[in-house]
Design a protein around this ligand. Structure first.
Ligand code: GLC
Length: 513
């Protein structure tokens, strides 16, 4: 399981109210207690923070807000000592407008780095004079006028995030050097931000009328990206040990995600956000899982599931505030085939924070999910300074220390699921077979190729008790989201919003498998 940390929100050890590397470092024992395998840190590079660090002005420097390179090295060492891998967030599609590359590029039309970004003349008769009809992700058009050189530049996100022109081999080379810089330091891999956007047809053709109202991020899928991905993979493969990249590819269907694995020579992992976007409905979840299995089996690839991240409302908030639903979702996430990603704080069942207008920081309104993590019930909940955003609701009761000391809390459910997953070859690597049961129940088996390990997952999405019958008297309830029935034989009945992992009882013959 890969645990995502939004460093500004995790823990502040410097007293300025913004989370930092030293704050993360002092929580490594907690992360290892929880049982995560790897950490992914949202960007920690030097940045003017127009987009919370996804606007990088130096890819090889740590932003002073987070600490120093020496502090980073200490965090890397401590993580490795605790058996945790560390992944960084590489932002390849765009830099900050304050990056020296862009500062040079915009300095004159003849600058050497002019072609590192997309500069175009306007087209008078259409798009209010802009070069094409593209829209930016956070609203408005994807072009900004530069007075000094009288041209437009392209940005698929904020104007402070100009898009790099990867078709220029010098850009690709410079960005591959960034990867090498961090791999040489010992990082285990990267989460690659909106990586499907890096290849662009230099003609920058208009979006067809039917898509003209959509920003590019959810539809852009240019074949030239795949050549870049193969060269990126070659860099990773040159290093010893397993160095991995998980790509954020914002294209809805798994059919469109599958090509991003290449022939096992592009991304090792590609996020599937299908469940994150599904309504609370067992059949909808089953459909997402079956689609993903279908497309990835075709290419023998491995799914990467996420139910939350720094861009989306927290799970419990999305599920109407219900912790029971959040528990069911946790059990499913941690028993599916593939690598699960967990956004920090989901293991506490946190809700989105209420952020008043005057407290808003993010231009795209994502502050509520980025509220600080409460570590204990003291006034500052374990932070050294007063945090930059308000606390999430219920921080007095719902904090790490309170959750750890209550064996029935959701954090213990996560921990036990992670331990079970680690101990079970079927849950780790086995096939996933969806089972038809009851429309309110998501049901699947996980089984190793030699059938030596076999688990069944049953998740009741409804508020009613569901009778399923028991086709195998040997089943034992290993984990139950509400604790009920654990260790007992399976009696074929799920309580409202209860999910269970079943395993064979010791000494069973396995006859009904
Ligand atoms: C990705 C990030 C998001 C960021 C955007 C631009 O979608 O997850 O936080 O704003 O890219 O870099």
């Amino acid at each position: 399981m890969i645990y995502q940390i939004y460093p500004r929100s995790f823990d502040d050890a410097s007293g300025d109210g913004v989370g930092d590397l030293a704050g993360i470092r002092r929580r490594v024992p907690y992360l290892s207690w929880l049982g995560v395998d790897a950490l992914w840190l949202s960007p920690i590079f030097r940045s003017p923070m127009a987009d919370g660090g996804y606007d990088v002005s130096d890819y090889c420097a740590i932003d002073a807000t987070f600490g120093t390179m020496a502090e980073f090295d200490r965090l890397l060492r401590d993580s490795h000592d605790a058996g945790l891998r560390l992944m960084l967030d590489w932002v390849p599609n765009h830099t900050s407008s304050e990056h020296p590359w862009f500062v040079e590029s915009r300095s004159s039309r003849t600058n050497d780095k002019r072609d590192w970004y997309f500069w175009r003349d306007g087209v008078d008769d259409a798009n209010d004079g802009r070069p094409n009809n593209w829209l930016a992700a956070f609203g408005g058009r994807a072009w900004t006028w530069d007075k000094a050189t009288s041209q437009w530049y392209l940005h698929l996100f904020l104007p402070q995030q100009p898009d790099l022109n990867w078709a220029n081999p010098k850009v690709e080379a410079a960005m591959l050097e960034v990867l090498q810089f961090w791999l040489d330091r010992g990082v285990d891999g990267f989460r690659a931000d909106v990586i499907h956007l890096i290849g662009k047809d230099p003609r920058l053709l208009d979006q067809p009328a039917a898509l003209a109202d959509h920003d590019l991020v959810g539809v852009h899928d240019d074949p030239s990206t795949h050549g870049h991905l193969r060269r990126i993979r070659q860099v990773l493969d040159r290093y010893q040990g397993e160095r991995a990249m998980v790509g954020e590819v914002q294209l809805g269907s798994p059919a469109l995600l599958a090509p991003y694995f290449g022939r096992n020579d592009e991304l090792q992992l590609v996020f599937n956000f299908g469940l994150l976007r599904s309504p609370w409905d067992a059949s909808a979840w089953a459909a997402v899982i079956s689609e993903a299995e279908h497309w990835l089996q075709e290419t023998y690839q491995w799914p990467a599931w996420a139910l939350g991240n720094h861009d989306t409302s927290r799970q419990r908030s999305r599920y109407g505030g219900s912790e029971e639903r959040a528990r069911v979702a946790a059990l499913v996430l941690l028993t599916l085939r593939g690598t699960p990603f967990l956004f920090a704080g989901e293991e506490l069942g946190l809700l989105d924070a209420v952020v008043a207008d005057h407290q808003r920081v993010d231009p795209a309104g994502r502050d509520p999910v980025r509220a600080p993590i409460p570590w204990d019930d003291s006034a500052r909940h374990g932070w050294d300074g007063d945090p930059w955003l308000p606390w999430p609701p219920e921080a007095r009761q719902r904090n790490v220390s309170a959750a750890q000391s209550n064996a029935t809390s959701i954090v213990h459910l996560y921990r036990r699921l992670l331990a079970l997953r680690r101990a079970s070859p079927a849950l780790r690597r086995g096939r996933c077979r969806l089972i038809e049961s009851n429309p309110a129940v998501l049901a699947y088996d996980r089984v190793t190729a030699d059938a030596s390990d076999f688990r069944r997952v049953l998740a009741n999405f409804s508020d009613d008790t569901v009778a399923l019958g028991s086709d195998n008297a040997d089943w034992v309830v290993q984990i139950s989201t509400n604790g009920q029935g654990e260790g007992d034989g399976w009696r074929g009945r799920l309580l409202p919003l209860q999910a269970v992992v079943l395993g064979a009882s010791p000494g069973s013959t396995g006859r009904n498998r």
